[in-house]
Design a binder for this molecule. Structure first.
Ligand code: GAP
Length: 458
């Protein structure tokens, strides 16, 4: 990773600059939860908006939904989560900490070994052979590997009886499958068409999370393409390409991204791959693209008793559509964007700066308005009042202009507008570019058009 970026450095920057705070911090925190601060919430919202624009707004055959988090518990029987959703977990007998065996193996091999393809015995063999010790206490005294169902449960009624048990969804896609018929009927969509949504998912993750990488509550951006079997591999390959393009358009460098085809497939799957990103913790999954065959709709047909058969109006063929799924965590993508954007630059005069090179379209603030001196604040606030109607703007009048630039660099604001005494005379301002640090002078009335041209996400 460039500039020796470590997760600790990034966490410290995020905490100091209002990007991400530890969850419930005043109570000593709550493991694997994080709160997005005033800067981070803008970044994550912009990333979600960019995804929605690309995959829903700009695609005439994709429809959005926002399904309930709490679903009829039978959904999770149909999906297989109640019976078999489980990660291979093992406990350190010495310090009682619990870890995912596959994560231990992947970390030890710096991402070179694909642990998802390994059976529990293979994982255990690898751990013994390489003498992988407990990351918490350094001991080497493991329990056997056990499967652990990470679905959070709660209860619907007041009695907390088994019959009232409901689950917090561990993935959003089931909300898309259960609305397949509704969306098709109300939009009059013809197969192939896709359903997308962005929403919270919950998993009782016990493994140390590596900041936003693995959390117990996270947002997923998921899309299910319903298509005929004969077109399914084309869609699978198409989504692989589209997912990669989205990541690079967002600013992730191609050299930090790679495809990772799954060696071991679920019995119903026809193909599956991840796109991995080179995080400071090594190559790790950023998103998944899965060819799920007819499994999902068939299972919901079986458990709900509702026919999922699609009648093709052109060929009169009746079939259950295949599903191609593209799934990416909004928090994990935000982490990748933060890692990619981070830079430490020497400025030549013995000074250095930390700068976040976000793509302007996803930068938390597009513009910072900085009066050169406090007695220019009236004019500066006037400019702010105009520009904040169009763009997320920051306003800062405290401290030297140099320090204020550094602060904006650290939160990745692409443009700083300085109000000086000339502004009072001719209504022009200086605009400083974050990356080149070059400044130009421009009439205030031209700023909106100039900015709109700069912050497009295409
Ligand atoms: N519906 C398919 C599905 O949920 P997944 O590979 O378990 O597949 C998809 O998750 C994506 O969701 C991952 O690639 C990752 O980006 C994100 N994700 C999964 N678990 C996560 C966690 N505990 N914390 C943050 N993001 C997570």
């Amino acid at each position: 990773m460039k500039n020796n970026l470590t997760m600790d450095k990034l966490v410290a920057l995020c905490k100091n600059r209002g990007i991400v705070f530890p969850g419930s911090e005043i109570y000593g925190g709550f493991a694997n939860t994080w709160d997005f601060g005033p800067v981070g919430v803008e970044l994550k919202n912009n990333i979600k908006r960019a995804w929605w624009k690309r995959f829903v707004q700009e695609d005439p055959i994709t429809y959005g939904v926002d399904a309930a988090i709490l679903m009829n518990p039978t959904v999770w029987q149909a999906s297989g989560h109640v019976a078999s959703f489980g990660d291979p977990k093992m406990d350190c007998k010495k310090c009682k900490q619990r870890f995912r065996a596959d994560t231990l193996v992947e970390k030890h091999s710096k991402g070179e070994v694909s642990a998802e393809a390994m059976s529990d015995e293979e994982l255990m063999d690898y751990i013994n052979k390489h003498h992988i010790c407990c990351p918490h206490c350094g001991g080497f005294d493991w329990t056997a590997i056990r499967k652990f169902n990470p679905m959070f449960t709660t209860s619907r009624g007041t009695l907390e009886e088994e019959a009232d048990k409901v689950y917090l969804r561990p993935e959003t896609c089931q909300g898309e499958y259960v609305n397949f018929l509704n969306v098709q009927r109300t939009t009059r969509a013809k197969v192939p068409f896709a359903i997308a949504q962005i929403g919270k998912s919950f998993r009782n993750e016990i493994t140390p999370g590596n900041f936003l990488f693995r959390t117990i509550e996270f947002e997923q951006m998921e899309l299910q393409m319903f298509c005929h079997d004969k077109d399914s591999m084309d869609f699978y390959n198409d989504y692989k390409a589209r997912a990669l393009k989205f990541a690079t358009d967002l600013g992730l460098k191609e050299e930090n991204l790679r495809f990772h085809d799954h060696d071991k497939l679920a019995h119903y799957a026809k193909a599956a791959c991840d796109i991995q990103y080179q995080f400071p913790i090594g190559w790790q999954e950023l998103n998944g693209i899965h060819h799920r065959g007819t499994w999902d709709l068939s299972r919901h047909q079986e458990y709900s008793g509702k026919s999922m058969l699609y009648l093709d109006p052109f060929t009169n063929e009746k079939f259950i559509p295949n599903v191609i799924e593209y799934s990416i965590g909004a928090d994990r993508l935000t982490l990748a964007v933060l890692c990619e954007a981070y830079d430490e630059e020497e400025l030549g005069n013995g000074e250095s700066r930390i700068v976040m090179h976000f793509h302007p379209a996803i930068a938390p603030y597009k513009i910072a308005i900085l009066p050169l001196q406090k007695n220019l604040s009236e004019k500066a606030k006037e400019v702010y009042a105009t520009l904040c109607k169009e763009f997320m703007c920051d306003y800062d009048e405290a401290g030297s202009i140099g320090k204020r630039y550094r602060r904006q660099d650290e939160i990745g604001t692409p443009y700083c507008i300085t109000i000086d005494f000339q502004t009072l005379e001719d209504d022009t301002v200086t605009i400083r570019d974050r990356d080149s640090m070059n400044q130009i002078r421009m009439p205030i009335e031209q700023i909106c058009e100039y900015m709109h041209g700069k912050i497009k996400f295409e």
